[in-house]
Design a protein around this ligand. Structure first.
Ligand code: GDP
Length: 296
């Protein structure tokens, strides 16, 4: 189910609440069932849905709501808060520090949109007046360095990579060292992905992390990933210190819900969403705005 459809179903569930003649435990159970079904069809993991239903039940105690208060309004508010909680782990967002070198390492499976997002983020900071650079530590995929070269040229962003060195750890360290020496403020390290999670990939991530000591590790996840999201995000979280998430391809017909499960798995906030293939198709993520939009 695409995100817009999820929004429609959530809105319909809330409308049913509004139109019910009385509000009792049955009304709430029906509402929670409808919300649960909508989220489940959007690939939000079952454990998250159960937790959310439990939270809503705990927060809405019908017999304790004083007479005269609008029960429907209170329930709607709690549902809204819990939907926000689903996309907001409540962790402060990572912010780079002006005037020093901030190293950011990108991780994610091949095809997730890593390299595209690396360039978008570099461009985003460049436009804001930061000095930025990209290090291509993907020596696994043929053409990865060419893609970085091409993307970086489009955004007039400095880059480093090697056509001959096959050890990604060596390339990552060399690139970061060069840009640190130059005092570049945002140094973004693009790493390789594989089609599937495997131990070699995670070992490589760990070694690069040790070598470049990133200030933030950004996990890039395709919004259409579906039910595999929770497991995938957990696997990355268990090998490197994931600090933030970028969800890509939010412009497509994605279910999106799988991505929401990724947040729960990592406990990390979404910082940006990718909304297209162009350099500027990167939007800051705000949980409240997201839920507001979702509910139309
Ligand atoms: P990587 O293997 O993770 O580095 O993935 P790439 O950055 O090469 O992206 C894979 C494909 O997804 C490319 O065709 C990108 O243009 C496309 N892509 C990446 N981000 C987005 C996005 O936000 N929206 C859309 N529509 N396409 C995207």
């Amino acid at each position: 189910m695409v995100l817009a459809e999820l929004g429609n179903q959530l809105s319909a569930a809330l409308r049913n609440l509004n139109e019910s003649t009385i509000v009792n435990e049955d009304t709430i159970n029906t509402l929670l069932k409808e919300i649960g079904n909508a989220l489940s069809k959007s690939d939000v993991s079952m454990s998250l849905i159960i937790q959310m239903r439990k939270n809503i039940k705990e927060k809405v105690k019908l017999d304790q709501i004083a007479a005269g208060l609008n029960k429907r309004k209170i329930i709607r508010k709690v549902v809204f808060e819990e939907l926000i909680r689903l996309v907001d782990p409540g962790v402060p967002l990572w912010k780079p520090v002006k005037g020093k070198s901030n190293v950011v390492m990108f991780v994610g499976l091949q095809g997730a949109g890593k390299t595209t997002s690396v360039t978008k983020l570099a461009y985003y900071y460049k436009k804001k007046g930061w000095s930025t650079a990209i290090v291509c530590a993907d020596t696994f995929r043929a053409g990865a360095f060419d893609q970085v070269r091409h993307n970086a040229a489009k955004g007039k962003i400095q880059y480093y990579g090697s056509d001959t060195e096959k050890d990604p750890v060596v390339v990552a360290k060399a690139g970061v060292d060069i840009f640190k020496k130059e005092g570049t403020e945002i140094i973004i390290v693009d790493t390789s992905g594989r089609h599937k999670q495997d131990s070699e990939l995670f070992e490589e991530m760990k070694q690069i992390e040790t070598a470049v000591k990133p200030d933030n590790v950004i996990f890039v996840m395709d919004s259409s990933i579906g039910q595999a999201a929770y497991e995938q995000a957990t696997a990355f979280k268990n090998s490197v210190k994931v600090g933030s998430i970028i969800i890509t391809k939010m412009d497509g017909n994605s279910k999106g819900g799988g991505a929401l499960s990724g947040i729960a798995a990592t406990g990390s906030p979404i910082i940006f969403i990718g909304t297209g293939e162009h350099l500027t198709d990167l939007d800051l993520f705000d949980p409240e705005t997201f839920v507001n939009k979702l509910l139309g």
